[in-house]
Design a protein. Structure first.
Length: 408
């Protein structure tokens, strides 16, 4: 795929390169249908038709048309399509680590490309041009290789830390900018038909990307619904812990399998349930912990009130960077307030402050960790690669705009 892409770029203009590689988009649903019987949506089919029409218009409108470059572009599209399909279907089940996959890809390229150079007769070409293999040449070759590595790393980081939407849209915009900037920098003449083909290819690619994103969102939504249903079924099978404690303003009488709160009607006016919760926690407590009801104060205007706090507890295991782990409970609070009427006897509501808690079966884990050296290195590489790429673009623009104007 890499070899055919480079050979395609060797024989065609940069502005035509995107068109020659564009047939990879309609090849993906076609090969999926022929090999795996997967159907696609009408919008995807229309997007692929738009790309094909743009491809035909671009080929017909190309000034410096090269059949060899076009065939290499078709070959790169076909190989890239099979690579994408089989990578998604099979290799992800074997290697789920993107960094290891990148290493395998680069290692295979290092092993295969020397044999391809030998078979295609590139070694005599290098020998005949050995005088041009200067330190300046190898410096730029190494710089281009490093930039290519940074681009690959940035792509994996973008997929990992953002979303497929960002990756697809940035890919389409990259192709669009590459096409028009290549034509501007190298002074390539683009005919009206060629420009129309480029616009059709870019528009069809963007429409295809948006349709695939929407399809992936729908599939992820269905998967999330299935997982949520399974999770609810698992939670329903788990018995949740619950309990209560309270401060009641009344006399207690034990009996009938429990205790009752007794008070007379004339005592209602004497009860006021204004209160302040200095601190309320479950599990272990350490300095610096903040709980929902800490410092909460409730002032009652009426004298006969019944206040209930419904607490939803979530077990949280905290694992610090240094030291031993501990288990504490975080909780959410729902407050319920009710006026008390009539004497409290045999189940009637009595004035007081009640706390009813329920422990959920879900358990959270908070763990402190340091960023690994590899992740720090890859982040640094992506930043440096972006700076180098933007510097090259700015330098090219200045070279082809500012410098000619000064010479004039």
């Amino acid at each position: 795929m890499v070899t055919m892409s480079n050979l395609c770029l060797k024989y065609v203009e940069v502005s035509f390169y995107q068109i020659s590689r564009s047939l990879g988009i309609p090849m993906i649903p076609l090969i999926n249908y022929l090999l795996f019987g997967e159907t696609t949506t009408l919008r995807t089919v229309l997007s692929c038709i738009t790309v094909v029409i743009g491809y035909i218009a671009g080929v017909d409108g190309e000034v410096n048309f090269s059949l060899r470059g076009t065939l290499f572009g078709l070959g790169a599209s076909a190989v890239g399509t099979f690579y994408t399909i089989y990578l998604k279907r099979y290799l992800s089940n074997v290697v789920d680590n993107s960094w290891l996959l990148t290493f395998y890809t680069n290692f295979n390229s290092c092993v295969i490309l020397p044999f391809l150079c030998l078979l295609t007769g590139e070694i005599p070409v290098l020998w005949n041009h050995r005088t041009e293999l200067t330190a300046h040449y190898f410096t730029w070759i190494c710089v281009s290789g490093i930039i290519g590595l940074f681009v690959g790393i940035t792509t994996y980081l973008q997929i990992q830390y953002t979303s497929s939407l960002s990756h697809n849209i940035s890919g389409v915009m990259k192709n669009c900018i590459q096409t028009f900037m290549g034509a501007y920098v190298y002074g390539t003449h683009i005919t009206a038909k060629g420009l129309f083909g480029i616009l059709l290819v870019v528009g069809g690619s963007f429409s295809y990307a948006m349709e695939r994103i929407q399809s992936n969102k729908n599939a992820e939504s269905e998967q999330d619904k299935t997982l949520l249903l399974e999770k609810k079924q698992e939670e329903s099978a788990i018995v949740e812990g619950e309990g209560n404690f309270h401060v009641a303003l009344s006399n207690q009488q034990y009996g009938f399998g429990g205790h009752n709160h007794l008070y007379g009607k004339e005592e209602l006016a004497q009860f006021n349930c204004s209160h302040k919760v200095n601190s309320l926690w479950f599990g272990s407590k350490e300095r610096g912990d903040v709980n929902t009801l800490d410092g909460y104060e409730k002032n009652m205007n009426a004298s006969f009130n019944h206040v209930t706090y419904f607490l939803k507890l979530i077990p949280v295991e905290e694992v610090p960077l240094h030291g031993s782990s501990r288990l504490r409970y975080e909780y959410s609070v729902t407050e319920y307030r009710q006026l008390v009427e009539g004497p409290g006897l045999f189940g009637r509501t009595s004035p007081g402050v009640y706390f009813k808690y329920q422990i959920t079966p879900i358990r959270m884990r908070k763990e402190e960790y340091r960023t690994g050296l590899l992740q720090f290195y890859t982040t640094l590489c992506s930043i440096v690669g972006g700076v180098i790429t933007m510097s090259g673009i700015v330098q090219s623009l200045l070279t082809h705009t500012v410098m000619p104007s000064k010479l004039d």
